[in-house]
Design a protein around this ligand. Structure first.
Ligand code: FUB
Length: 372
């Protein structure tokens, strides 16, 4: 079954079934400032009779995969910039043929959204071939870092890094991808002790299964996934060096376990990791959240260390309109928010729009499930 050829509306069927500079640690551990948020940005939106939990943050361009951060009290969103290229839909996701990144900002959750224009173009990345997918960003020692997955000239996804003195760029790319990086969807998390980690990976079009032997395998990708009764592939991670441009240690796989303490099997596609990982910390616990891909859920698991293992806890959000689902989580002014995307504006799975909605924590720190 293809990664990207499924109908664009699985969501509706499934629904009926069912620190000043680092934003993804809780405010008890890092300072957050800014104006009080109200709730209008999370107000329901309606298109063609359909009701949505929130409205698109901008309508002028298509945006997806929003990695949100609070830098110096302001919200910055690092999304993919979806475009129509006419590429036919296929198993590799060739129709997600993005060529640049635009960064969005807002002073508060309901503030005006500013599009800061092109922050990095694929033509300015010396090693890049095609497809600029979901990026993330970090701030350290006066420099902003944009981490981005793009296929190299051999059509292998690698993760690059680009730097700027401004959170909105323009960013200058390093001449080579991060050594040892692979696959897609970098998510960068700085812990309260100042150590920074990158989580990465995505199966199918994201190529994670091609790295099972430790080396990239260009043969038929359908032969590379574990069988349904085998252990599922986990996301990868590594600590970043203090220069933020390289890994300080070999890339390793993290374990996601069921409540029974056993790793998920590859055939368990309502629980196993697919793509779009995100890490945040709350009350000393590490929350790793991710997309289940072909079952279109955003789910979360918790652990006691940034290295895991992580134990599955539940569903953050039921399927959105559109095949892909990808998110980030930030705290702003004492409230927690989920940034995500759907296809409300286009109803085309490769032309998405980013949204934000408030998350509700349960007394145990977990989340109530949202219906988008
Ligand atoms: O935007 C392209 C890909 O689609 C992302 O890398 C995935 O997370 C999915 O959203």
């Amino acid at each position: 079954m293809s990664h990207f050829l499924k109908p664009a509306l699985p969501a509706l069927a499934a629904l009926s079934l069912l620190n000043a500079c680092q934003s993804n640690t809780s405010s008890s551990e890092t300072a957050a400032s800014g104006t009080a948020a109200d709730t209008s940005a999370t107000a329901a939106s309606a298109t063609g009779g359909q009701k949505f939990l929130a409205k698109p943050l901008i309508k002028e361009i298509y945006t997806a995969d929003p990695s949100a951060h609070v830098f110096n009290g302001k919200i910055y969103i690092y999304p993919s910039h979806d475009i129509e290229t006419g590429m036919p839909e296929n198993d590799n996701g060739d129709h997600f043929a993005m060529r640049d990144y635009h960064i969005l900002s807002m002073d508060s959750i309901n503030g005006k959204v500013t599009d800061h224009g092109v922050a990095l173009d694929v033509k300015d990345v010396p090693w890049a071939g095609r497809q600029m997918w979901a990026p993330d960003a970090a701030f350290k020692n006066g420099t902003y870092y944009l981490y981005f997955p793009v296929k190299d000239k051999q059509d292998i996804f690698r993760i690059g890094v680009a730097t700027s003195k401004s959170p909105t760029g323009p960013f200058k790319a390093e001449p080579k991808p991060i050594e040892g990086s692979l696959s897609i969807d970098p998510a960068v998390f700085t812990d309260t002790d100042g150590k920074t980690y990158m989580y990465m990976g995505g199966i199918w079009g994201g190529q994670l299964q091609r790295w099972r032997s430790g080396k990239y395998d260009a043969s038929d990708p359908k032969m590379q996934e574990p069988g349904p009764k085998e252990k599922a592939l986990g996301p990868k991670m590594a600590r970043l060096s203090s220069d933020m441009l390289s890994f300080a240690e070999p890339v390793k796989e993290i374990q996601i376990l069921g409540q029974d303490g056993k790793p998920f099997l590859s055939g368990d596609n309502t629980h196993r990791f697919f793509e779009g990982g995100w890490m945040h910390k709350y009350n000393g616990k590490y929350y790793f959240s991710y997309s289940t891909g072909d079952t279109h859920l955003l789910v979360y698991a918790t652990g006691d260390s940034p290295y895991g293992p992580f134990t599955y806890q539940g569903v953050l959000m039921n399927p959105v309109q559109g095949w892909t689902t990808h998110h980030s989580i930030i705290e702003k002014d004492g409230k927690w928010y989920l940034f995500y995307h759907d296809t409300e504006l286009s109803n085309k799975t490769w032309l998405r729009n980013v949204k934000v909605t408030e998350l509700k924590r349960k007394p145990d720190g977990g989340f109530e499930t949202l219906n988008p």
